[in-house]
Design a binder for this molecule. Structure first.
Ligand SMILES: [Zn+2]
Length: 180
């Protein structure tokens, strides 16, 4: 195989598929050391069983944002992280991929208020949270956080109010029964 036709992603794919550096060297007619160098230069590692952000997006049907958000919230930590020019590359372990799956499949929470996201919605639970999210998208993180706390408080307050109303109604109803 000529150097020019040797796609670096193909090398990486072969490695991920379980081929040893020696096997890849034999298949491509390059030295084992050269394969190691190419993989390390382009992917920061020669280890297998790691996925790039793009691979996870393809696999799970997620947007890059959805993975980067978890990363920025420090909910997931990449196994390898490095920069090539403008690109910030990240590689993830199978355990992290499992975490991402469970986060987006079982634990989808509104980015604004953290309530579960109903079917048919992706990031925000309601049009109201979507609007709030858009309002603060270009503002600083602290303003966003303050707003978030106030929304959570108002939700909590509404919940407590409803609970109190229910208790009051139940009491009223039982009083009515007693007085009958
Ligand atoms: Zn919400």
């Amino acid at each position: 195989m000529a150097t020019s036709s040797l796609n670096i992603d193909t090398l990486y794919g072969m490695r991920q598929a379980g081929a040893s550096l020696q096997q890849i060297a034999e298949m491509t007619g390059k030295s084992k050391e050269r394969i190691r160098q190419l993989l390390f230069k382009n992917y920061g590692t020669t280890k297998i069983n790691m996925m790039s952000t793009a691979q996870i997006c393809d696999l799970l049907g997620l947007s890059r944002h959805q993975i980067v958000n978890l990363y920025e919230d420090r909910m997931i930590i990449p196994m390898v992280e490095w920069k090539t020019g403008k690109h910030h590359r990240l590689l993830w372990s199978p355990q992290t991929v499992a975490k991402i799956i469970s986060h987006y499949q079982e634990n989808r929470r509104c980015r604004m208020c953290s309530r579960p996201i109903p079917k048919g919605r992706r990031v925000y639970c309601s049009p109201r949270c979507y609007q709030e999210g858009q309002k603060y998208i270009y503002k600083d993180a602290r303003a966003k956080k303050r707003r978030l706390i106030s929304i959570r408080k108002s939700i909590q307050k509404r919940k407590l109010l409803k609970l109190a109303q229910n208790i009051a109604r139940e009491r009223l109803e039982s009083n009515l029964v007693l007085t009958k």
